[in-house]
Design a protein around this ligand. Structure first.
Ligand code: SAH
Length: 220
């Protein structure tokens, strides 16, 4: 899978290392485990899917592009803490927790919000079984972000809509970056938005095309 990701342009070594470390088969049903390392989305229940690895790779590579490269080599420790390229990250749409587990390798702390309670529970169990300890899964409507835990230096959403929720931009730290699917530009195609927050305001650009599930309102 890692070689295929490289061929697809995922060349940030910090991200490649995260993909190599996280076992994707742990995040899907055992009946689908034999397909876990193919570049395909798979059902995770409740009408939702685990995203395609190459799409997750593009999102996270866009997120990391703004992060400073640590002076210490990857895996080095600083005051007992692993030095991570990102400090605090907010993820919207935990699903089964796979992308959250990748983020756990790239950030000191990850807060992830899922609107389907049963999926939030599943993600917590998957992350615990994978030994991931720096992800906090919250059940709720991610459109509100997590104001109590803000600001975040990176925000990434696995669900998209025509409008970026204002709360996300409010909770983005200065110098931070948000990556999310945006408006549907053609049937079945959303623009991939990258927003950077500067002291003078937000700079927004389109960084390609993706297709994610809609960002739904409310929690269930
Ligand atoms: N991150 C997952 C992808 C999950 S698919 C992975 O690693 O593969 C997108 C998820 O977004 C679904 O689980 C869906 O329930 C969730 N979602 C949709 N709208 C949401 C909202 N408003 N708040 C939180 N989660 C939401």
């Amino acid at each position: 899978m890692v070689e295929r990701l490289r061929a697809a342009g995922i060349d940030d070594e910090r991200l490649v290392a995260a993909f190599a470390a996280v076992e994707r088969h742990r995040f899907v049903d055992s009946a689908l485990a034999n397909q876990a390392y193919e570049d395909t989305s798979l059902p995770i229940g409740f009408g939702q899917t685990i995203s395609k690895p190459s799409v997750v790779g593009r999102m996270l590579q866009a997120l990391l592009a703004g992060a400073p490269r640590a002076a210490a080599p990857a895996g080095a420790t600083r005051g007992g803490m692993r030095s991570a390229p990102l400090h605090r990250v907010l993820e919207i749409g935990t699903g089964c927790g796979y992308q959250a587990a990748l983020l756990a390798h790239l950030a000191t702390n990850v807060v992830s919000i899922e609107r389907v309670g049963a999926l939030a529970d599943k993600a917590r169990a998957n992350l615990a079984a994978a030994g991931v300890r720096n992800v906090q899964v919250l059940h709720g409507d991610g459109r509100a972000g997590a104001p109590v835990l803000a600001p975040f230096d990176a925000i990434v959403s696995a669900a998209g809509g025509a409008e970026l929720p204002a709360a996300w931009l409010e909770q983005l730290a200065a110098g931070g970056r948000l990556v999310a699917p945006g408006a549907e530009v053609r049937p079945g195609v959303q623009e991939l938005l990258v927003v950077e927050r500067w002291p003078t305001g937000c700079r927004r650009r389109v960084a390609g095309e993706v297709w994610f599930v809609p960002l739904k309102s409310g929690a269930e």
